[in-house]
Design a binder for this molecule. Structure first.
Ligand code: AMP
Ligand code: GLY
Length: 635
């Protein structure tokens, strides 16, 4: 297969690397705005020129006998390159100019999302005159954001408090914009944490990638002007620790609606990549923006994590069949860090020589805005290069990417804090404070998990103080996993090898506050029980210590055989000794004449459902109380 890539930045270097590292029989060609030596060595043909000129792209595709085109940046999307290529019979994994408006026109995007999912849109005003600007600022109060329309490379946004202090500065900014643009947007400033959700689209299906957090601000601690993005990270198993799974679920639902909405609005199926920028707020997920392409730097995290053939995915995005592919990502964390010239973004120092030592093979190095002068690599002005490291934890990936960035020789600047423990803690604390510290519930189970049903239902209600964050099973076909799936709760099958270590790492990744064993058929080790001491509970279908040790139906049969008049369920702490840990709560019911093991099981399961909900509520109360006490002693 002969693939042409349009674009020549670090994102395209990541795409070219992903394409050439797969097993596919393919040849790569690039039409870029400059020579990127990182991409060039991977290509059979390479041309530079104005990549927004559709006819030049078509000419190259014809000359190179291209089978598939991938477009990296937004500018050729805006000029209709994908339309021109498709018209000439070249399959293209990118939207046409109409679909790309979701990125190229902020007003188109806002109006479409407002029509489709009104609750996801911040309050906003489209402004054409200074009088309207004054009125919008009056209505929004002190928290607002001013956004220019059109493509601005992530730099056309000014946020109150950060970039603009007070009304006078805001009005001056509006005046300046109106001198060059007909209209722009002023919108409510949202409070929360941002994340990017990217999806592959083939006009019919949409497949989501793991969420990523980009860092748009130039300086450490999220200060300074907005940039194209200084770096980004993903968490292990695609979990960002400051979010809840329901944040991702909501973003996915919004993204699916917008994907279908673009086709309804433009009459053209949307192909390629759809990228949503979201803000997880106290009790909703809001849309910040959409892009019609891979994020930069997000692609630099996601492509090294992608398992399987990127070429096949692009082929399906262009011509259909995404839903038949098995698309998966490595469960590792990734941290990407951009190195930029001094003075970036306003007055970048150009033409400075770089020395890049051979990186550790576990680190991916992507060249961005560079030039070759006398066979020497020099800075060209925009983001110079990026390093992405993978690791079992965000901390591991952070350290590896930090070392790789430090090893690059040249007067370059990078943010050392992206992926650091301190910055993560800041994000986690920010969200937890906003939301009142929701309880994060992890579940282990091997069976049907009937008694988890109520907790799954209730935990998605807004007045429940937390949510089930993951369900983990030692059996691939356990019904409890399918049950979790019905509620879009993340589920994981953990096979035998390193089972407990993996379960522990998963629970840590989801930041589980407590762990419920619901029909979990394995004995947990001393080390595991100790690590989760006080936070690990099992539910057993009898009034312990009576009828300890048995499983499921055997317990009810033993209750009947013993002729006792009362039974029930017990939630107890888990120790390595089966059913031996201290009871925490019990619920009772009568054994009725005519009861069978089946009828008893049903009655006890209803009690188990209630007990699990009660346990979580009690745990959250005690937990809040403890935290207040800790705060009290700190003060
Ligand atoms: P955009 O170009 O729309 O992606 O915006 C760039 C950056 O401005 C975002 O990544 C946010 O950090 C910030 N921003 C945009 N809109 C809002 C908003 N409504 N509330 C708070 N911050 C925002
Ligand atoms: N990560 C920001 C962008 O690609 O626009």
């Amino acid at each position: 297969m002969r693939i042409m890539m349009i674009g020549s930045g670090a994102r395209e270097h990541a795409a070219a690397s992903a394409l050439s590292s797969s097993q596919d029989d393919l040849e790569l060609f690039c039409f870029g705005s400059s020579v990127n030596p990182g991409i060039q060595v991977l290509c059979t043909g390479y041309e530079t020129g104005d990549i927004t000129q559709c006819d030049i792209s078509v000419d190259h595709a014809r000359r190179w006998k291209i089978d598939l085109v991938f477009i990296g940046p937004e500018a050729p999307l805006e000029s209709g390159t994908a339309d021109a290529l498709r018209e000439q019979g070249f399959p293209c994994a990118a939207p046409g100019a109409a679909g790309a408006q979701i990125e190229t026109s902020k007003i188109f995007a806002r109006e479409l999302v407002k029509k489709l999912v009104p609750s996801a849109v911040p309050r906003y005003h489209t402004v054409k005159t200074m009088a309207q600007a004054e009125e919008a600022l009056d209505l929004l109060g002190e928290h607002f954001v001013i956004k220019e329309d059109g493509l601005r490379g992530g730099k056309g946004v000014k946020v109150s408090g950060d970039h603009l202090s007070g009304r006078e500065e805001a009005l001056a900014c509006c005046r300046e914009i109106l001198q060059r643009s007909r209209e722009f947007i002023i919108e409510e400033r949202l409070e929360g944490e941002e994340f990017s959700l990217l999806s592959f689209c083939d006009g019919e299906s949409i497949i989501h990638m793991p969420p990523v957090q980009d860092h748009k601000r130039l300086k450490e601690g999220d200060r300074g002007p907005n940039t194209g993005g200084m770096g980004s990270f993903t968490g292990p198993w695609g979990v960002l620790p400051f979010l809840l799974p329901s944040d991702i679920q909501r973003a996915q639902e919004i993204q699916e609606t917008v994907f279908r909405g673009i086709e309804e609005e433009t009459g053209e199926p949307y192909r390629g990549i759809l990228y949503g920028g979201y803000m997880a707020c106290a009790s909703k997920t809001a849309v910040i923006e959409y892009n019609a392409r891979f994020g930069d730097p997000e692609a630099l995290n996601l492509l090294p994590l992608l398992e399987g053939s990127f070429a096949k995915i692009l082929q399906a995005a262009a011509s259909g069949g995404l839903k038949d592919l098995d698309i998966s990502f490595s469960p590792k964390a990734s941290v990407c860090r951009y190195l930029v010239p001094l003075g970036y973004p306003q007055e970048s120092v150009k033409g400075i020589a770089l020395k890049i030592p051979p990186a550790d093979p576990s680190v991916h190095l992507f060249l961005g805005s560079v030039d070759l002068q006398d066979k020497e690599l020099v800075t060209a002005g925009s983001r110079t290069l990026a390093v992405t490291a993978l690791g079992d934890t965000i901390e591991q990936a952070h350290q590896a990417s930090l070392h790789a960035a430090e090893d690059v020789d040249g007067p370059l600047y990078f943010r050392g804090d992206i992926g650091s423990e301190a910055l993560l803690k800041k994000r986690i604390d920010h969200m937890d404070e906003l939301r009142g510290h929701p309880l994060r519930i992890g579940v282990l189970g091997s069976t049907r998990g009937t008694s988890l049903q109520l907790l799954l239902e209730i935990s998605r209600q807004s007045d429940f103080p937390g949510e089930v964050c993951c369900v983990i099973s030692d059996r691939r076909d356990a019904q409890i996993l399918a049950r979790a799936g019905q509620f879009s709760v993340p589920r994981h099958f953990v096979p035998k090898q390193r089972r407990e270590q993996t379960i522990h790492a998963l629970l840590e990744a989801y930041r589980a506050d407590l762990v419920l064993c619901v029909g979990y058929m394995r004995i947990l080790s001393q080390a595991f029980c100790r690590a989760w001491e006080g936070r690990l509970f099992n539910i057993h279908p009898s009034l312990l210590p009576d009828f300890a040790g048995g499983m499921d139906m055997d317990v009810h049969a033993a209750v009947l055989a013993a002729g006792v008049s009362e039974t029930g369920c017990t939630v107890h702490h888990v120790t390595p000794e089966v059913d031996g840990g201290a009871p925490v709560l019990q619920k009772r019911c009568r054994v009725l004449p005519g009861d069978t093991a089946v009828s008893l099981k049903k009655r006890v399961q209803e009690l188990e459902s209630l007990a699990l909900v009660e346990l979580c509520r009690d745990f959250q109360k005690a937990y809040k109380h403890d935290r207040q006490n800790v705060r009290g002693t700190e003060q």
